[in-house]
Design a protein around this ligand. Structure first.
Ligand SMILES: Cc1ncc(COP(=O)(O)O)c(C=O)c1O
Length: 472
């Protein structure tokens, strides 16, 4: 059995795969948002013994069609309104397939994939309002993009001592400030970077879940007095819980005055700057020292695709560059490997390059605006309904709410139990898929619309179904 396929055989098998994917796409509208994997099937997938004999490619494609494709995560479905996981734009699926066929390592060097990534990064800088001289790289996702921004911050704020003597040589511990609503990947990055969780100060938020600037200023002043080294504010341009955008311009002023690094986590909301109604809330975004954005969320690029942008290219390069002797030729342009953690890198850029041109930046603005408007409509319908209460609504596309039957009004623990059961039943039905979170210690249902397939009727249907289920 050869691992290679003749071009004819490849064509025949690829056509089978295309048919399977087309059937999957055609069934999305009617099918469930998510259905549980039956226990025996789960066991079969988990416990299948290691393959010892070759199997035919055709048989394997059939098995993918029968054993894998019927149990998707659900994010391609119009009624998937859970985490910040979007459907892949269909043209992106095709471009990803073609990128796999080329299979370059985009560490750098003179081949087309390098220039495609440079082009995409140029467009992203432009979309975010960053200078074209800033450093940028595509990453596996938002977590890695945040890690890259914060690693550059560490390098700069320790005056590059992190490379040689390391953080342990510093007498004053560095401190980072993020709001209580900041994403866990900021905390994880700081653990990995050796800061220690106690040096992440969680700043309280205002009534709209945005970082409270007075609290930030007093934490920084306290820390200075106690001998710490305040190093960075990691703000959010769209929190995962509510879609809150921290007051970016004011934080930029504060960071400048206090000589702090200004980092922005824009993994969910960064590209919201393209949407006309949301744009005013992003003032100051372009003043960040570093930002993480995530095309595999709201730009509908197939997973994985994140992006880190750092205003000071030289700082970014000096934080990551370590070029071994055997790679010191073919260096007309600096290699991507000098700006991030990976040496061998996938051709993530092709799917994004294709989609950005399919839509154009203004076209993406319209797509995002559509999700935002749908979210506003949803929140409005909920707030007019006698048995729903909206607990957060953002300028972006997330709403947190509760079902509040009159008999339970004001009874916090009963409401929590009621909404927990309601969500469980809705998830078991599978027609809609959403999740929950906690806000001010209230258990709330949460919807997030990063989905070009979701329609107004889906959202109205969700309200009706939740209310029906609650009555049953
Ligand atoms: C605000 C925010 N930051 C960071 C992340 C992490 O990004 P990723 O899951 O792409 O690593 C997420 C993921 O949902 C997010 O919503």
């Amino acid at each position: 059995m050869s691992i290679d396929l003749s071009p004819e055989e490849f064509r025949r098998l690829a056509h089978i795969a295309v048919e399977v994917v087309c059937e999957h796409l055609a069934a999305l509208e009617e099918g469930p948002a998510r259905k549980p994997v039956p226990k025996p099937h789960r066991a079969r997938l988990l416990e299948q013994p290691s393959p010892q004999t070759p199997q035919s490619p055709e048989e394997l494609l059939k098995r993918i069609a029968n054993e894998v494709m019927p149990y998707p995560m659900g994010n391609s479905n119009p009624r998937f309104l859970a985490w910040v996981n979007s459907p892949p734009a269909p043209l992106g699926i095709i471009a990803d397939f073609m990128a796999s066929a080329l299979n370059p390592s985009v560490a750098g060097g003179d081949h087309a994939a390098t220039y495609v990534e440079h082009a995409v990064l140029r467009w992203i800088r432009e979309a975010l309002g960053f200078s074209q001289s800033s450093g940028a790289i595509l990453t596996s996702g938002g977590s890695m993009a945040n890690l890259i921004g914060l690693a550059t911050m560490r390098h700069t704020q320790t005056q590059r001592v992190d490379r040689t003597a390391g953080l342990q040589s510093l007498s004053a511990p560095l401190r980072v400030y993020a709001s209580e609503q900041g994403h866990s990947c900021i905390e994880k990055a700081l653990i990995l970077l050796g800061f220690g969780t106690k040096n992440l100060r969680k700043v309280p938020t205002d009534s709209n879940f945005r970082m409270d600037l007075h609290a930030l200023a007093s934490m920084v002043a306290d820390d200075r007095e106690q001998g710490y080294h305040p190093a960075c504010v990691a703000a959010s341009a769209g929190t995962v819980n509510t879609g809150a955008i921290d007051p970016l311009d004011a934080i930029a002023d504060f960071c400048k005055e206090q000589e702090l690094w200004f980092h922005i986590d824009g993994a969910y909301g960064g590209f919201g700057v393209l949407a006309p109604s949301a744009r005013p809330h992003y003032q100051g975004l372009e003043r960040a020292d570093s930002i993480a954005v995530d095309p595999h969320k709201w730009l509908y690029t197939p997973i994985e695709c994140g992006c880190a942008v750092v205003a000071d290219t030289e700082a970014m390069r000096s934080a990551f560059s370590l070029v071994p002797e055997y790679l010191r030729d073919d260096t007309e342009m600096p290699w991507f490997a000098e700006f991030g953690t990976q040496q061998t890198r996938g051709f993530r850029a092709l799917k994004l390059w294709t989609l950005l041109q399919q839509m154009g930046l203004p076209g993406y603005g319209e797509l995002l605006e559509r999700d935002i408007q749908l979210n506003q409509l949803f929140a409005k319908e909920l707030s007019h309904h006698p048995r729903f209460e909206v607990l957060s609504q953002s300028h972006l596309s997330i709403t947190c709410f509760q079902h509040v039957p009159t008999a339970l009004n004001g009874n916090r623990s009963a409401l929590e139990e009621h909404n927990t059961q309601l969500l469980l039943r809705l998830q078991q039905e599978g027609h809609y898929y959403l999740t929950s979170t906690r806000l001010n210690n209230h258990y709330v249902l949460r919807t997030c619309i990063v989905n070009f397939r979701t329609q107004r009727e889906d959202l109205l249907g969700l309200i009706e179904r939740l209310d029906q289920l609650a009555g049953e």
